[in-house]
Design a binder for this molecule. Structure first.
Ligand SMILES: *Cc1c(COP(=O)(O)O)cnc(C)c1O
Length: 385
């Protein structure tokens, strides 16, 4: 089946739900059993049947199954946020005394968890150059338990060579974990690229409508139970209403992302031609240093990219951002609407320096007509002088 057909049909079975097109919202804490024997022999390793509400309901399973099958993984588990997906996945692999390799371009709260929580528990966290590729072999120690990637980083957009990293990491028997929020299960087949545990902020494009916080961890068969047991140990669960909305959003991820990618490329190319702009950080553009890897490994691009402006004061950058009318100022991305922030990537690096020669802004391009977005950017760029 082609992926758009699969996306339309996964995660629902009208024959089992009285003919409803969508899997309904099942609300329950308790699940009752027909007799004591079946209750007492329920399998604690079976996370895909009804045992107790915390482990999921048919609504949860439908969403998890849809994501896992689209991405080509073994199974998936939904958790309350993207950050919860990252922290639970990391806790499944590292304990006191272990060594963990994390890309220097990782999402800032991932670093915070590593620095505040894991280091407090004597996990040796080491940040590495996102462009290291097969060179990661030099950093692997006898106590290395996981390599964490994020491609591209959501502030600096450096593309990582995940197949090269995975080849040398797997040769030492170590799993590759990756935050694949930008790639999504629609545009990035993580498991074919060598990722063992794929972590998504479903909050972004999967939900797609800026109205639900959720994370989802997809694994291969080998690492399913360690990850799923960890999620159970933390007591993480998601509401069936949120899962219903997430699966409803996921149904249209293909059309949304294809349109948003086209809009983003239009806006990014226009920005590239502006004298106020020094560089556009977007692997989907041929001018980007990560373009060849993106083209080899991804089926498409998210509509989130960075722009390095020519040197300008913070006041001028703020005036530019504040003058925009169609771009919301705020965290997150992956919804249908355009957003802007002015991050400081240089403050969240330690293994490598980030000195792009001007202030960075980050744009998320929504489903608006790109001509209107360009007109809005044009009127606001005047603020930069
Ligand atoms: C937003 C984001 C997360 C965290 O998702 P939440 O649901 O907000 O916790 C993780 N990784 C990346 C790359 C993100 O952009």
């Amino acid at each position: 089946m082609k992926k758009d057909t699969l996306l339309t049909h996964v995660g629902r079975n009208p024959a089992e739900t009285h003919g409803t097109v969508n899997t309904p919202v099942y609300r329950t804490s308790t699940v009752v059993f027909p007799d004591l024997e079946s209750y007492e022999t329920r399998d604690p390793g079976d996370y895909k049947s009804m045992r107790y509400g915390i482990h999921g309901t048919p609504t949860t399973f439908a969403f998890e199954d849809a994501v896992a099958r689209m991405e080509g993984g073994y199974q998936a588990v939904a958790v309350p946020s993207g950050l919860a997906a990252i922290t639970a996945a990391l806790c499944a692999f590292v304990k006191t005394g272990d060594h963990l390799l994390v890309t220097d371009s990782a999402y800032a709260p991932t670093r915070m968890f590593c620095d505040r929580r894991l280091r407090a528990n004597s996990v040796e966290v080491e940040y590495y150059d996102p462009l290291i590729g097969a060179g990661i072999a030099r950093l692997i120690k006898p106590n290395t338990r996981a390599v964490f990637c994020e491609a591209p980083g959501s502030l600096t957009f450096e593309m990582q060579d995940i197949p090269a990293i995975a080849a040398v990491t797997h040769a030492r028997g170590i799993p590759v974990l990756a935050d694949t929020t930008w790639g999504t299960p629609y545009f990035f087949r993580s498991f074919e690229r060598g990722i063992d545990v794929s972590i998504h902020a479903a909050t972004k494009y999967i939900v797609g409508h800026s109205d639900v916080l959720m994370g989802v961890i997809v694994t291969n068969e080998k690492y399913w139970l360690p990850v799923r047991h960890t999620v159970a140990d933390f007591g993480y669960c998601v509401s069936p209403d949120d899962c219903y909305l997430a699966l409803r959003g996921f149904r249209t991820i293909g059309v949304r992302m294809k349109q948003q990618m086209a809009n983003a490329i239009t806006v990014a190319n226009w920005l590239r031609g502006r004298r106020e702009v020094r560089r556009v950080l977007f692997p989907a553009l041929e001018s980007d240093p990560g373009h060849a890897i993106w083209k080899r490994d991804f089926d498409g691009a998210a509509s989130l990219f960075g722009v390095v402006l020519q040197p300008a004061s913070r006041e001028k950058v703020a005036a530019f951002v504040d003058t925009l009318k169609l771009f919301g100022i705020g965290s997150s991305w992956g919804g249908y609407e355009s957003l802007i922030t002015a991050p400081h990537p240089e403050k969240v690096r330690s293994a490598t320096a980030w000195n792009p020669g001007g202030p960075t802004i980050r744009l998320h391009i929504g489903l608006e007509d790109p001509a209107d977005l360009i007109a809005d950017l044009e009127q606001a760029l005047g603020q930069l002088g």
